[in-house]
Design a protein around this ligand. Structure first.
Ligand code: DSN
Length: 422
């Protein structure tokens, strides 16, 4: 990090400053394919690092437990209004610290410990907080889980309906962390209505696509929308809960005082800026480009013999099943990292391997799209992935080094938002 970029930090704590500088270089030089990550703009970075964090603000705009909230109230009210406008919802709460606390607040609002809740199984593409056993949501509640069809990798909505009618869960979650296909919110809504369940769409991964019109919106179909703000939406690390007016009080009460203390006002400011950016025409282009890039990358991977869960993608995410490649996901992910391509290892549906050493890798296109890469670059990206996976199988470190040099060269031509030019 140059002293002129963060002069106070460099002067006060050069050791810590050097770690930040190294991370800036890493994010600038590598091809970041983790589908839940992105690059925030310089404006979002600035808003997230302001004196707003010096304040405690328990409560909501106009109803605080601390004085001196004149400016904080305006910041939070602006974020709320922007969220409501962007997502077309009656009510928004922008205070959850992140996705897991947001989902916990939903449980607090609508269920009691021991109640049955239903969500997609984690190894099928769901999330820990959708009732998976090792999470508080799967031990304090009775979590029942649905999955995808063997063979197609697609959600079997008839099976979900049968299960929901048999179990009558208090809450049904749709959405997840490794779902490459469009979620049919209307189908989930009709299932939840029949089962008498509160329906929650966890759109953390696809919130930016929804905002940009590149994925159907759950608004009007579901009771509550839960989302983080830092994935495709390209805001700071935070979360929001949005709902119909009838649930507004229950959601607000669950977030504060039910679960959290003071909101992170500096994050609220960053969220407000990100929502403003997401309402611009350029964001619509970005959201559609994310999907176009993912489809082009999926096609290029298929042409190179990769097996993709569900055969491709409708959104920002691709789940590669490496079972046929004789390279487990973790080995491939670590080799790709050495080649300058950052991914995460991931279970695939019906995985026979353990979550800490699974068969797949999960990749996505939000970050590379934010840097301006387009569909014409995707065959190159697929070729690098193929070469790195091949090199991993042969333990060929020099081949990985060659890929890394090529990756760094391309990325230097696409400056990352929010980062200094290298
Ligand atoms: N950690 C997030 C992801 O990578 O999808 C989910 O919480």
């Amino acid at each position: 990090m140059s002293a002129s970029r963060h002069p106070a930090l460099s002067a006060t704590d050069p050791e810590l400053a050097s770690f930040v500088a190294a991370e800036e270089t890493l994010q600038a030089e590598t091809l970041r394919l983790i589908p839940s990550e992105n690059y925030v703009s310089a404006a979002v970075l600035e808003a997230s690092g302001t004196v707003l964090q010096n304040k405690y603000s328990e409560g909501y705009p106009g109803r605080r437990y601390y004085e001196g909230q004149q400016n904080i109230d305006r910041v939070e009210a602006l974020a709320v209004e922007r969220a409501k406008g962007l997502f077309g919802v009656d009510h928004a709460n922008v205070q959850p610290y992140s996705g897991s606390p947001a989902n916990l607040a939903v449980y607090l609002a609508f269920a009691k410990p021991g109640d049955t809740v239903m969500g997609m199984a984690l190894p099928m593409g769901g999330h820990l907080t959708h009732g998976w056993g090792v999470s508080a949501t799967g031990s304090w509640f009775r979590g029942v889980q649905y999955g995808v069809r063997p063979g197609t990798g697609l959600i079997d909505y008839d099976a979900v309906r049968d299960q929901a009618l048999a179990e009558r869960p208090k809450i049904i979650f749709c959405g997840g962390t490794a779902l490459p296909r469009t979620i049919d919110f209307a189908a989930f809504a009709s299932i939840a209505e029949e089962a008498g369940s509160v329906l929650v769409a966890d759109v953390a991964h696809i919130a930016g696509l929804i905002a940009g019109g590149a994925h159907p919106s759950p608004a009007g179909h579901v009771d509550v929308i839960s989302t983080t703000t830092h994935k495709t939406l390209r805001g700071p690390r935070g979360a929001m809960l949005m709902c119909r007016e009838e649930h507004a009080k229950a959601i607000d009460k669950a977030v504060f005082p039910g679960l959290q203390g003071g909101p992170h006002n500096q994050t609220t400011a960053g969220i407000a800026v990100a929502l403003h950016e997401a309402a611009q025409p350029a964001f619509v282009s970005y959201a559609h480009a994310v999907v176009a890039n993912a489809k082009a990358l999926a096609q290029a991977l298929l042409e190179r013999g990769f097996d993709l869960v569900s055969g491709g993608t409708d959104n920002h995410l691709i789940l590669i099943d490496l079972t046929g490649k004789d390279v487990p996901g973790k080995v491939a992910a670590k080799a790709l990292d050495r080649a300058g391509i950052v991914v995460n290892y991931n279970t695939v549906p019906f995985d026979t391997r353990k979550p800490f050493d699974p068969s797949g890798i999960r990749i996505g296109t939000p970050s590379l799209t934010s840097r301006g890469l387009s569909t014409e670059h995707m065959p190159q990206v697929a070729e690098w992935i193929a070469r790195a996976v091949d090199a991993a199988a042969k333990a060929d470190e020099s081949a990985l080094a060659v890929v890394r040099a090529e990756v760094t060269a391309l990325m230097s031509a696409f400056p990352a938002p929010g980062l200094p030019l290298s």
